[in-house]
Ligand binder design. Structure first.
Ligand code: NGO
Length: 526
């Protein structure tokens, strides 16, 4: 009897067949990336991530290895693969996923990256580590949406082939979370950091103090948190971060190449401090804790020496916990501070911040004072007068116009959460504006970037956070990252709609705006 193959031969043939299977054709140009990359060339094939894929990183960089591990950890739950991270001298020579730093990529800047994908490799190169981290977010979005799942999913795990060269237009792209009106714990903040990191943002501004609660431990003024942190809007129990917990948040952000900007709002928005220490009040009497949502009724006693000792202590302790260059001093809506006192106060606080080696940021109201060149004003009001005043003083601007960038504004009149004092902001309005043409007299040269704040008067749970932040936040990330050429709402809304499955696998409670053509991702089967 003529026998074609014995069992062993069959096995070998099958092995060869499976290891040589032809890569699935895929079109990189059809992938749905947010923010949109600067340039992209598709080559029509794909790389498949398997259980044998290795991530190679530069042996000389501990941090690159950490980024490789971050990627491996990210890939694990959905794929079930234990992807190894190996340090080698020249990762680029290897097949698999390679992460390398190169001076030749200097033109891409600190956060730019180049991604080359063919059937055998995914090569990520950047000038700086932050660029590698941002590039990994692109790899992440090139994988099927179910990669975001925390539960095991079916493959295949393919990435379309081609080249992406990408770098941000603005170096400051952030979000703000108000943890004072309603307190959010360490894990909630970490989750928020992960969400903004996925869209390549690099700033998280934490609004740590306000009338309703003081949320950061200051060891030399302990009542601030024990008393001043003990409630919140509506009278809940509030809370605060110990310095250790706060440092943990800062480190978590640093590992994602995100800078935390801490804000201590003053001289107004200070009731929590005024309720904690009598001496900070003009009449030497403590105020009651406040659980309402009015603004503009409180002020530190700006003419007392003890007030500046207090601020000096707070800024000193906070600076020691802050590796980033900025301390935000608020300065908004100090309606019960005399104008002349307010001006003197801002000037003094600016000196205190600078003496700790930090740059001062303030809401643009601070332009009433004499601002130093390195101070930064955050534009938020409907009228741009204060921001224009800041520009006249040669100060750079963060763009957070409440009419477009406030994530606490309702989408429409039936939105169950949020406020609407600056109008309704549906997803199209949130996206359809540019930083440099928004205010006449504030051009590209004056602007450092964008920040989208989430104030939390009406926001109580992480599901509430999600609902207001998504789907607007990816648009803010794109406004800051991508160039305005070839950008339009009509094109963007399709890309956004295709994030549906991704949001769902990420467990995001997003607002399903009718303006967006939501579309489930089709699972490609082999
Ligand atoms: C204003 C105010 C905040 C409110 C917010 C609500 C600024 C800078 N100060 O923005 O205290 O929470 O509006 O949208």
């Amino acid at each position: 009897m003529f026998k074609l193959f014995n069992l062993g031969q069959m096995f070998i043939l099958l092995m060869i067949f499976f290891s040589c299977k032809t890569p699935t054709p895929k079109d990189l140009a059809k992938e749905n990336l947010i923010p949109k990359p600067s340039s992209l060339i598709a080559t029509g094939s794909s790389f498949e991530l398997t259980n044998n894929t290795v991530i190679y990183v530069e042996a000389k960089s501990k941090e690159a290895e950490q980024i490789g591990t971050y990627l491996a950890n990210f890939l694990k739950p959905a794929t079930g693969f234990v992807v190894q991270v190996k340090s080698v001298d020249t990762p680029m020579d290897k097949k698999g996923i390679t992460l390398s730093l190169s001076d030749e990529k200097k033109a891409l800047g600190d956060e730019g990256y180049e991604l080359f994908i063919d059937e055998k490799k995914v090569q990520l190169q950047a000038y700086k580590l932050a660029g590698l981290f941002r590039g990994i977010q692109t790899i992440r979005q090139l994988l099927p949406a179910r990669i975001e799942s925390e539960k095991l999913q079916e493959g295949p795990w393919e990435i379309a082939s081609g080249t992406i060269e990408d770098s941000p237009v603005y170096g400051f792209r952030g979000a703000m979370l108000d943890v004072s009106r309603h307190f959010f714990g360490v894990d909630d903040v970490k989750r928020f950091i992960d969400l903004i990191a996925a869209y390549k943002m690099n700033i998280l501004h934490l609004h740590l103090t306000d009338d309703q609660g003081w949320r950061i431990e200051i060891k030399s003024w302990p009542n601030l948190t024990t008393h001043g942190g003990s409630t919140q809007v509506g009278g809940g129990e509030g809370g605060f971060y110990t310095q250790e917990q706060y440092s943990d948040i800062v480190k978590y952000a640093q590992e994602r190449y995100i800078t935390i900007i801490p804000e201590i709002d003053m001289p107004g928005h200070t009731n929590a401090a005024l309720a904690s220490y009598a001496e900070l009040n003009a009449n030497n009497k403590v105020t009651e804790l406040y659980t309402g949502t009015k603004v503009g009724f409180s002020t530190l006693a700006t003419d007392k020496e003890i007030t500046y000792k207090f601020i000096n202590d707070v800024v000193r302790e906070l600076s020691a916990l802050t590796p980033g260059p900025y301390i935000h001093i608020g300065g908004d809506e100090s309606h019960v501070t005399e104008k002349a006192d307010y001006i003197e106060f801002i000037n003094k606080v600016q000196d205190i911040v600078n003496a700790q080696g930090k740059q001062m940021i303030g809401w643009a109201d601070v332009a009433a004072g004499s601002l130093k060149d390195n101070s930064i004003a955050q534009f938020w009001q409907i009228k741009p007068d204060n921001a224009l005043k800041a520009v006249k003083q040669n100060v750079k601007i963060i763009m957070s116009p409440a009419t477009h960038a406030y994530m606490d504004m309702q989408y429409d009149s039936i939105c169950p959460l949020g406020l609407h004092w600056s109008g309704y902001i549906d997803v199209d309005k949130a996206y359809n504006w540019t930083l440099e043409s928004h205010v006449e007299g504030i051009g590209k040269e004056n602007i450092i970037g964008i920040e989208a704040p989430l104030w939390t008067e009406t926001i109580i749970t992480t599901a509430d956070i999600d609902y207001m932040v998504f789907p607007r936040l990816p648009g803010y990330a794109e406004i800051g990252w991508s160039s305005n050429d070839n950008k339009s709402w009509d094109e963007y809304k399709v890309r956004l709609g295709k994030q549906k499955s991704r949001f769902e696998f990420m467990g995001i409670n997003y607002y399903k705006s009718e303006l967006v053509p939501w579309e489930d991702e089709v699972i490609s089967k082999k």
